[in-house]
Design a binder for this molecule. Structure first.
Ligand SMILES: Nc1ncnc2c1ncn2[C@@H]1O[C@H](COP(=O)(O)OP(=O)(O)OP(=O)(O)O)[C@@H](O)[C@H]1O
Ligand SMILES: [Mg+2]
Length: 686
């Protein structure tokens, strides 16, 4: 075996580094782990010994994945029990007496209970276990997605998780998080342009997408929308493959996949595993959870970690699993797929499996045979397998230059501006259907026509008529404030999962996302009010001068854009669809009441409220634009003509000036956005 490795190493010195690492990894067995790491180390030392880190870096920059040796030891994870009975002292006492649990056990639920393992480049580690055993949780802990309440040691090239490791990890989640409005090809192209290094030109990036589409068999659905919810789109299996393509496109060094084969037929699942094998061969470290693989797939795994209720019961070479269990005197009595047998072991269901009878004698709880089997397997793991693996961890260290290399943060592949150009195209493409929704257009048109007809050729000849027209101005303020707040408040809560996923992969800067989102949405927040005002303005008989029309439009747009900022702020602050809606309606009501139409003379101690309301400034501005204080009205009354400023409607409004209101609103629009960005940062960048 040693000689074999030597031969391969000689061979590899002339072959690309990516292929080499795989050959070594695959040529080793479980039980020779020490040798395995040693041989890799020797190989790596051979490859890199005379190269300093800078040169190394240039190697990594050539798009070869940086080899990652992952070790995890005694990993534990617990979550706080949301319905902790210990909050209720009586219940807590009863439960404590009944179950003899400690307060700690009451308050926390332990999900992972001490898991140890390791994996190197070129290998595929399968995490198996029944539903709820903790596979996804372990994968998320390894991927750095769960950081709190985690105990144990997880190292990547003997270095703890840092943000620099983040960009080397690809994570395919159990649920596919893809934009429903984009086609498969668009999804991959945008991902490629955002994440592939700048030294690749456009053609190379398109070629990479092409290869991925072919590799994953997505040719037939490349121009179909992803869909989801009420939008018909690609099939579940195609969606899964697109999710995988999205990650593998950028050659992550460590690829984590949560149930990649769920929903696929056995041939497609097999094809996918062959693809994963190819990726591993290129020097990547792959960990995948899998429910019930076919025997063909099972034999493609290098290592296997079998989890039962958060405890490991087997860790080692996949092909030695059956041997291990038969050495413990567990063997199937009928022909069985190994995966099926292993799941039976993990759940303690031993029908059609021969079991050593003495295990029931040794255990106290013989009334439940499943529990006895699981306890026995856990014990055997602790005594037979875990010490070996821990010793293996201690005996072998990753070469120093790889330790250093993993701490070097991969630079952003694109500049801020380049990211902005690509992301704004994607944001626009993903949301444009919403922007130019027929229903929205009909709503704006309908309301505009209705208002135009109700206020048809309104005038300001009398006090009552003036009051009516001012009412219309206030309604326009309300309509655009509420439309724009509600149009913006759901954006971040809706896109939360996409954003979290892409930020976890460090795909773009959060500031780029925010600016793209707010600017793209502005298209709708400018288009609809303009369309609306063109109709209402002339039907309702507002002042017919060009300057007055454009100034009124400017004010309405200012209101719309400020409201958009406020909506974004509420959405980003609560990040929940339900709570965002509630917060928006509450604040809207407050703004409405303090806007200056319903009540002009607010008591002094409540006056501060109106200064927070941009509707107050917007409405005043609209009045100042539309009416001039010297203009005469009410000429047919007994007292004769009076200037507009003397009208009780403008009791608290000086119709002169207006610049102050403009600046206040501009400042508010900017402040709301800055606050929204910081809230988003706090909420998303965890
Ligand atoms: N935040 C949480 N709060 C409470 N319980 C949790 C939380 N996260 C995970 N769990 C519980 O931990 C257990 C393991 O969950 P996990 O998702 O890791 O299971 P799994 O092995 O991936 O299952 P499946 O095969 O069904 O996907 C489950 O019982 C789950 O209910
Ligand atoms: Mg899961």
């Amino acid at each position: 075996m040693e000689i074999g490795i030597e031969d391969e190493m000689v061979d590899m010195s002339t072959s690309p580094p990516s292929n080499g690492s795989m050959k070594i990894a695959r040529s080793n067995d479980f039980g020779h782990n020490n040798k395995e790491f040693m041989s890799k180390e020797t190989y790596l030392r051979n490859r890199y010994s005379e190269i300093d880190i800078e040169v190394d870096d240039s190697i990594f920059n050539q798009n070869h994945p940086l080899p990652i040796f992952l070790k995890f030891e005694d990993v534990e994870y617990k979550v706080r029990n949301s319905q902790s009975i210990s909050n209720n002292p009586v219940k807590a006492m009863v439960s404590k007496v009944a179950t003899q649990h400690t307060v700690e056990e009451d308050r926390y639920k332990r999900i992972l209970k001490g898991i140890t393992g390791s994996i190197g480049p070129g290998e595929i580690l399968a995490l198996m276990g029944p539903s709820g055993s903790g596979k996804t949780t372990l994968l998320r802990v390894i991927g750095g997605r769960l950081l709190d309440n985690v105990k144990g040691k997880i190292t990547y090239n003997d270095v703890k998780y840092t943000p620099s490791v983040k960009r080397r990890i690809g994570f395919v989640t159990q649920e596919d998080v893809l934009f429903p409005q984009l086609t498969v090809e668009e999804t991959l192209v945008f991902s490629a342009f955002l994440r592939l290094p700048t030294n690749m030109n456009k053609q190379q990036k398109y070629a990479k997408v092409e290869t991925t589409v072919k590799e994953l068999g997505l040719e037939r659905c490349r121009h179909t929308k992803i869909g989801g919810g009420f939008l018909k789109g690609i099939s579940g299996g195609e969606r899964k493959r697109t999710s995988i393509g999205y990650e593998i496109l950028v050659d992550p060094s460590l690829l984590l996949l949560d149930e990649p084969t769920s929903g696929l037929d056995s041939t497609s699942a097999n094809k996918l595993l062959v693809t994963l094998q190819g990726l591993a061969k290129a020097g990547r470290t792959i960990i995948t959870t899998i429910h019930q693989p076919s025997s063909r797939i099972f034999h493609m795994f290098d290592k296997l970690l079998l989890i039962s209720e958060g405890y490991p019961i087997y860790y080692g070479a996949a092909r030695e699993t059956m041997e291990y269990f038969s050495s413990l005197r567990f063997s199937p009595e009928i022909a069985m797929n190994p995966a099926e047998f292993l799941l039976d072991m993990a759940t303690g269901e031993v029908n059609d499996i021969s079991v050593p009878t003495d295990i029931f004698e040794d255990q106290e709880s013989t009334h439940d045979p499943s529990e006895a089997v699981i306890k026995y397997l856990q014990l055997k793991y602790k005594t037979l397998l875990e010490p070996k693996e821990k010793e293996n961890h201690r005996g072998v260290n990753t070469p120093e230059h790889l330790q250093v290399a993993i701490q070097v943060k991969k630079e952003w592949t694109l500049s801020w501006l380049d990211q902005f150009v690509i992301l704004s195209k994607r944001t626009y493409r993903a949301r444009c259907k919403d922007y130019f929704d027929k229903l929205r257009l009909v709503q704006a048109l309908g309301v505009a026509l209705l208002l135009g007809l109700l206020w048809w050729k309104s005038s300001t000849n009398t006090e009552a008529q003036l009051r009516d027209q001012v009412g219309l101005a206030f309604y326009i303020c309300i309509f655009w404030t509420s439309s724009c707040i509600f149009g913006a408040v759901y954006v971040f809560p809706f896109e939360k999962y996409y954003l979290i996923k892409e930020r976890k992969a460090d795909m773009y800067r959060l500031s780029v996302y925010y600016v793209c989102s707010t600017l793209c949405d502005m298209v709708a927040h400018v288009f609809y009010p303009t369309f609306f005002m063109i109709i209402v303005y002339f039907m309702a008989g507002f002042k017919r001068t060009v300057a007055c029309f454009f100034l009124t439009l400017f004010v309405v747009l200012l209101i719309a854009i400020t409201s958009q900022g406020a909506g974004e702020l509420f959405g980003a602050a609560v990040m929940s669809i339900k709570r965002a809606g509630m917060a928006a309606s509450l604040v809207l009501m407050l703004f409405l009441l303090t806007g200056g139409y319903y009540v002009q003379h607010i008591p002094k101690f409540m006056q501060w409220l109106k200064y927070l309301s941009f509707m107050y400034y917007g409405f005043r501005l609209l009045l100042k634009v539309q009416y001039s204080g010297d203009e005469l009205y009410d000429c047919e009354s007994k007292g004769g003509c009076r200037p507009l400023q003397s009208s009780p409607t403008f009791d608290t409004v000086n119709l002169k000036g207006g610049l102050k209101e403009v600046w206040v609103m501009v400042a508010m629009a900017i402040c709301f956005r800055l606050l929204a960005y910081f809230c988003l940062r706090r909420r998303i960048d965890v």
